[in-house]
Design a protein around this ligand. Structure first.
Ligand code: BES
Ligand code: ZN
Ligand code: ZN
Length: 511
């Protein structure tokens, strides 16, 4: 993956040559936009002529005739980029997203002008610290600069633009905290881009083996503890869920585990991500149209693994364990059948009524095993679990179901601050009743009504009393709300929410 250099300076912007010098401006009703004094004259003139108001994404370019000479700016081009209005009553989450969007627009402007080395003059916002301002712009720019071209081999030209190589933030004060913000934004954006890369890989390019290899490499780079439970051990441990889903596959299943523990003893958060590398539905085969999208059914696993990349780089104050049950879901003569009964890791038996409800089967074993082994203080699972969540929430919110109000609230806050909003759905005994089976402890589908909740009801049998939250990202893992920093295709959702949760963790509550 390309890694953009991001640096910070307090030297005057004209000290450096650059492809593009960027000023971000805020729109003010019926007035010239608020901007740095260096571009005040141009902005005022453009506003008076009616050419530029500073609306979100609005762009004004100008070109010094002789860059660097006769007291002219050293930049080849100067971009004045509108961010729209930032009102004092806007909350932090809103302002942060405005800045990410600005970063995204900026990345698009770079692509259009083929700019590779850029300088951003850090705007001063009354409502946000310089640190947070820099963090969000960095995040937006790197997320907006994302492209996946690995398999474009014949049609790709040598001259094709490959993205921003270097960003330099210019600021006059608070350089140290701006540097910290930039570093945080860079780490979270690159982690989300890593999750997008994994998701882009097709079912034959990203299998349980690739999950394991990525985790192993992360462990080596960052000193994390890596474990991979293979098929034989799963059989010994009695992980009937993941084994059943894998039964029809030619590729062995893997339970991939990464553990990070800080030096000072602390609480532990367990993250579990659904890693179905292709979901055909199995014997309950899905319709052909659109089935190719089911290569994205591993986005939960990608999110937790990518979050561990950031955890490895940042070494937060709390312990984090990530578990990815990884397999594809295929039909074959050996595949699990509707009606089959399986034994999960915690002895709970389940009647498999529909082999396409496979996510909950693999998550069940991973949750029960993870909780028993690591005794976490909180557990969050993330999965492209149900089509029903798309019916309920569309593509703008992920579903959240939890047995713990503190954890649910922390996640909601983390999601909002990260631009990845969550909407909580209920879960009580009436939904749990829908998955009672006549022949086993539970069954793996609960009828059409409340499909996302009955899926979570299934999972609730494997978490005991541990504070637990379930995120259903079926509607947001791809086709997420399109924004300048969220492209079509996989969004990398979940990664930045997890990081915000981890960075602010204080005994299960956001600080
Ligand atoms: N991976 C799918 C859920 C999904 C559907 C994700 C559409 C993204 C877009 C999951 O394994 C599945 O097939 N769920 C079934 C459950 C049903 C059989 C109870 C579904 O939602 O249709
Ligand atoms: Zn399925
Ligand atoms: Zn699935």
């Amino acid at each position: 993956m390309k890694t953009t250099r991001v640096t910070t300076t307090d030297k005057p912007v004209d000290t450096f040559e650059t492809d593009l010098l960027v000023y971000l401006v805020t729109q003010i009703k019926d007035k010239a936009p608020l901007c740095d004094k260096a571009v005040m004259a141009q902005v005022k003139k453009a506003f008076e002529l009616g050419d530029f108001k500073g609306e979100e994404g609005e762009q004004l370019f100008y070109y010094p005739a002789a860059p660097g000479k006769k007291k002219q700016p050293t930049a080849k081009r100067i971009l004045i980029l509108g961010m729209g209005k930032i009102e004092t009553e806007n909350d932090e989450a809103m302002v942060c997203d405005t800045l990410r969007e600005a970063g995204g627009h900026l990345a698009k402007a770079c692509e259009r002008t083929q700019a590779r080395e850029i300088i951003i003059c850090l705007p001063t916002l009354g409502t946000l610290t310089p640190e947070k301002t820099a963090e969000c712009i960095t995040e937006g720019a790197l997320l907006g600069d994302y492209r996946f071209t690995k398999y474009k081999q014949v049609t790709r030209k040598k001259t094709d633009y490959t993205g921003i190589a270097a960003i330099k933030f210019a600021c006059t004060t608070a350089v140290k905290s701006v540097r910290k913000g930039v570093a945080q934004g860079r780490i979270s954006a690159l982690a989300a881009c890593a999750a997008r890369d994994m998701a882009h890989e097709p079912g034959n390019g990203w299998t349980s083996a690739e999950f394991a290899a990525f985790a192993k490499a992360l462990a080596k780079t960052h000193g994390l503890t890596y474990r991979c439970i293979e098929k034989k051990e799963m059989e010994k441990l009695g992980m009937g869920g993941i084994l059943a889903v894998n039964q029809g596959s030619a590729i062995p299943p893997r339970l991939v585990i990464l553990e990070y523990q800080p030096e000072k003893k602390s609480e532990t958060l367990l993250l579990v991500g659904k890693g179905v590398t292709f979901d055909s539905g199995g014997i309950s085969l899905k319709p052909g149209a659109g089935m190719e999208e089911m290569k994205y059914d591993m986005c939960g696993g990608a999110a937790v693994l990518a979050a561990m990349q950031a955890v490895g780089e940042e070494k937060p104050a709390i312990g984090v364990v990530a578990i990815i049950p990884a397999t594809d879901n295929m039909p074959s003569g050996s595949a699990v059948r509707p009606g089959d009964i399986i034994h999960h890791f915690n002895q709970v038996t389940a009647e498999i009524v529909n082999t396409d409800a496979e996510g909950r089967m693999i998550l069940a074993d991973a949750l029960a095993y993870g909780i028993k082994t690591y005794k976490p203080d909180g557990v969050v699972d993330v999965a492209t679990l149900t089509g029903a969540v798309i019916i309920g929430l569309g593509h703008h919110f992920s579903g959240l179901i939890s047995n713990n109000d503190n954890l649910a609230l922390s996640l909601e806050t983390a999601g909002r601050l990260s631009g990845e909003p969550l909407w909580r759905l209920p879960l009580n005994k009436h939904y749990k009743k829908q998955i009672e089976s006549k022949v086993a402890d539970i069954k793996n589908i609960g009828g059409k009504a409340g499909g996302s909740i009955t899926a979570a009801a299934y999972l609730s049998n494997f978490v005991g009393k541990t504070p637990w939250a379930h995120l259903d990202i079926a509607g947001t893992a791809w086709n997420f709300t399109e924004k300048s920093y969220i492209p079509k295709g996989p969004s990398g959702i979940g990664v930045r929410t997890f990081l915000t949760l981890i960075r602010n963790w204080e005994t299960g509550k956001l600080k």
